[in-house]
Design a protein around this ligand. Structure first.
Ligand code: PYC
Length: 411
């Protein structure tokens, strides 16, 4: 015991770092801009599935500092379009296998997901979503107030609230996971296979010649490369501008907050589009809550009083018993919204410049599958069918994938 105490005091039994620091190499086969779940997952699958390990992941801050560490950790695949449903369902499968694959506890927890309908119009949309989901083999169906009460006894399903609950779309596979652990897991696995993770390394320019990428300028020096993946949020348009690719993206802040820890009372994830709120209870007992994006385009990461007041009011309409619960902290992340509320993945007119951007409020749930598909595209030159519908060219070809109706809350 005394020896262990001494070793601990001297810092001799610190766990090994999960990823290493490297000098910037003069060239890499692939440079990934953005050290969130998407970028790190792509690096991992390049190495794991395709044996491409001469890869750099660059982040201007620390890994997971962006949307990957700022989301509310909800995983689901009950989308509105067939293209969206199959895509997010593959991601959910990868998330559910992650702990075993990495031998690392990512606190994956299958909870069930309820999207409440308070109006006839919302009931119609939920019914349509349920049909689309089931046609793609995804568990999702409409339930009434009695079943909602059974799954979530704390909800007020009486006729008294301003917006009584008429029905809900129930999606049993809906889950939560520890978002930091996901980032660390991918980083550790990518590092182990030889990928270089460069934190605090800002991209200042991308060089091209004859319509193709030749290298990346950074605050730590120049990197020669023929393949660059833009896996950023908030800075997606800035990076794309560096090679003259225009993206149909407008950036909005999305705020979230957690309550003080409470005894476990909420098994399911609850979403109300009409009341602009979604909530789950973490393994630590905190209520993790979010709302719609802020109603103005901005790059602000600050929380606002208007958000705190709004979400508290809406939470109390759903859960009156929580009136004495205190909010512990609040924060914001950046959401790159596209015109059809679907992401942009794949090729661009500049050879060697790839996109994994425009995720709006859906990014975290898609990290594993978009990383795997982008890795396949970069390695083989072929666009996997799962991401073909999300190509940039769809905006010129009038082939949109309208996913607004699958949002957690109204935008
Ligand atoms: O689409 O499930 C969702 C979601 C949760 C938080 C933001 N978007």
């Amino acid at each position: 015991m005394a020896l262990r105490l001494l070793r601990h005091g001297l810092g001799l039994d610190r766990p090994a770092p999960m990823w290493r620091h490297h000098d910037l190499a003069p060239s890499y086969d692939v440079v990934i801009i953005g050290g969130g779940v998407h970028g790190l997952a792509c690096a991992y699958y390049l190495a794991q599935d395709h044996g491409i390990t001469n890869v750099a992941v660059l982040d201007k801050s620390y890994i997971g500092a962006g949307g990957s560490g700022r989301n509310t950790t909800i995983l689901r695949s009950n989308y509105l379009t067939p293209e969206g449903v199959v895509f997010y369902d593959e991601s959910l499968k990868l998330y559910s296998q992650m702990a075993e694959e990495f031998d690392f506890n990512v606190l994956f927890s299958r909870r069930g997901h309820l999207t409440l309908a308070h109006t006839d119009g919302a009931v119609r949309t939920m019914r349509r979503r349920a049909e689309v989901n089931r046609l793609q083999g995804v568990e999702s169906w409409l339930i009434g107030p009695n079943e909602i009460k059974r799954l979530c006894p704390a909800l007020d399903v009486s006729e008294h609230p301003r917006y009584p609950i008429l029905a809900a779309l129930y999606h049993p596979p809906g889950s939560i996971i520890r978002h930091d652990a996901v980032v660390w897991g991918y980083a550790a696995q990518a590092d182990r296979r030889g990928v270089h993770i460069h934190q605090h390394t800002t991209v200042t320019g991308i060089r091209t010649a004859n319509g193709r990428v030749t290298g990346v300028e950074t605050t730590r020096g120049f990197i020669k490369t023929g393949a660059v993946l833009n896996a950023t949020a908030g800075w997606a348009t800035t990076i794309a501008d560096m090679v003259g690719v225009r993206l149909p993206i407008v950036t909005y802040p999305l705020q979230a907050c957690v309550s003080e820890p409470l005894k476990p009372f909420l098994d399911v994830i609850v979403v109300s589009g009409s009341l602009h709120v979604y909530v789950s209870q973490s393994d630590r007992g905190e209520l993790v809550m979010g709302a719609a994006v802020d109603p103005f385009a901005s790059y602000s990461l600050r929380g606002s009083l208007a958000f705190a007041e709004g979400i508290a009011g809406h939470m109390l309409e759903l859960f009156p018993a929580l009136r004495h619960v205190r909010m512990l902290r609040q924060w914001a992340g950046l959401c790159d919204m596209t015109p059809d509320y679907s992401p942009i993945m794949g090729l661009t007119p500049v050879e060697g410049f790839f996109l994994d951007v425009g995720w709006g409020t859906y990014g975290f749930k898609a990290g594993p599958i978009s990383g795997r598909c982008l890795a396949e595209l970069i390695a083989t030159g072929h666009t996997p069918p799962l991401i073909f519908p999300f190509r940039l060219a769809r905006f010129y070809e009038r082939d949109l994938v309208g996913e607004k109706g699958a949002a957690s809350v109204g935008h």
